[in-house]
Design a protein around this ligand. Structure first.
Ligand code: FE2
Length: 317
C-alpha cells in the first residue's frame, strides 16, 4: 500500500473554443461563480471553500485538460511525486510553487498510464464559504474517465496515488480518496477521454432547482432524475454547450473506512434497481451516450452545430 495518498478532488480543466460563452453558461446557468479571470482563462468556484472547481481555458477545440487532486501538505506532495515516479508514471518535473494567479500552492503534474493529465497540489488558497443557495453546486464531487486500459488506470490510482476501491461493475471501477463513495470512476471502453464530471448539490430540492434552471435554459435532462446503484447518489445528467457531460448529484453514500467492503461485478449484476434504484430514470439518451463516449463535438459530425444551437438558445444569441 502506498504511504501517501491524495485526500480530495479539487477541479477539472476544460479547453473551450469560446471562453466568454462557456464562462457565461457556467456562471449563469450551471451556477458557479468567477474567482479569477485572465485573457485566456477563467476559474470558477462552487459555494464550498475550494478555490475553484472548474477552469476554462481558451483552446481551438473542446478538450479535456486534466483533473486536480489535493494532498495534505508539502511533504505529502513530495511523497506522492516520489511514489508516482517509482511507479513508472510520466511525471512532468519536480514539485514546485504554483502560480499565485491560479490560487497558489505547491504541486506537480503527471500523466496516467493512458495519458490522462493529472495534477496534485497542497496549500492552494481556500475561500470563505460562498453564498448559501441550494440550487448551486457546492463542489466537484467526482470525475469519470473513459479508459481502454482500465485495469492499468485503476492500479495507477490505487497503487501510486493511494485511492481505495469502492465498487466494481461490468462497466466501471469506482475509487475514492475521501469519504464520498467515489471521487473518480473509470469506464471500460475506448479511451482515454472525459466521460463526465459531477457537481454536488446540497440536497434533492437543490438538485431539482438546478435541473429546472437548466431545463428553462434549453438543456434537456439526458438521464435522470434517478438514484444510482453504486454510490446511491441521486443524479441528473446534461450535455453542456461544448459537448461535455455534466451532472448534478447529491446524497452520495459516505463510506466508513473501517467497515466498508467493495462489491464486485456479480453483486451489481444481480442488484434489483438497475440502472436506477427508484426504477425511475431508465437509460441514458443516445445523445448522452455519444457525449459520454468522448465529447459530442469530437464524436458527432454535427456536434459543432448542435452545440451552437443549444448555446444560441441559452444565451439568446
Ligand atoms: Fe456520475
Amino acid at each position: 500500500m502506498p504511504n501517501a495518498r491524495v485526500i480530495g478532488l479539487r477541479s477539472v480543466e476544460l479547453g473551450v473554443p469560446d471562453l466568454d460563452k462557456s464562462a457565461e453558461f457556467y456562471r449563469n446557468v450551471w451556477g458557479l461563480e468567477d474567482v479569477i479571470s485572465a485573457a485566456d482563462t477563467v476559474h470558477l468556484r462552487g459555494t464550498g471553500s475550494e478555490h475553484h472547481v472548474l477552469t476554462l481555458r481558451q483552446r481551438p477545440k473542446a478538450s479535456f485538460l486534466g483533473v486536480h487532486f489535493a494532498a495534505a501538505n508539502h511533504a505529502a506532495v513530495n511523497q506522492l511525486h516520489a511514489q508516482a515516479k517509482s511507479y513508472g508514471a510520466s511525471v512532468d518535473g519536480a514539485p514546485a510553487a504554483l502560480s499565485r494567479s491560479e490560487g497558489g500552492g505547491y504541486g506537480f503534474s503527471m500523466r496516467s498510464p493512458e495519458g490522462q493529465p493529472i495534477f496534485v497540489s497542497s496549500d492552494v488558497d481556500r475561500l470563505a464559504e460562498g453564498r448559501q443557495d441550494r440550487s448551486r453546486p457546492t463542489k466537484l464531487t467526482h470525475v469519470v474517465l473513459n479508459a481502454s486500459r482500465t485495469d492499468d488506470e485503476r492500479a495507477f490510482f490505487i497503487d501510486a496515488l493511494g485511492f481505495r476501491l469502492s465498487d466494481s461493475t461490468d462497466m466501471m471501477e469506482f475509487v475514492r480518496c475521501t469519504s464520498d463513495h467515489h471521487s473518480l470512476a473509470l469506464v471500460r471502453t475506448e479511451g482515454p477521454s472525459l466521460n463526465h464530471m459531477a457537481y454536488e448539490m446540497p440536497n434533492v430540492d437543490g438538485l431539482m432547482r438546478g435541473a429546472g434552471r437548466m431545463k428553462q435554459a434549453g438543456f434537456n435532462v439526458e438521464w435522470g432524475v434517478g438514484r444510482h446503484g453504486p454510490g446511491n447518489n441521486v443524479f441528473t445528467y446534461f450535455v453542456e454547450p461544448n459537448g461535455f457531460v455534466t451532472e448534478y448529484t447529491t446524497e452520495v453514500e459516505q463510506v466508513d473506512e473501517a467497515t466498508y467492503l467493495p462489491h464486485d461485478a456479480e453483486y451489481w449484476r444481480n442488484f434489483p434497481g438497475r440502472p436506477c434504484r427508484w426504477n425511475m430514470a431508465g437509460h441514458p439518451s443516445n445523445r448522452l451516450k455519444v457525449a459520454m463516449a468522448g465529447g459530442l463535438i469530437n464524436a458527432d459530425p454535427n456536434g459543432d452545430q448542435r452545440c451552437e444551437d443549444v448555446m444560441a438558445k441559452t444565451l439568446g444569441r
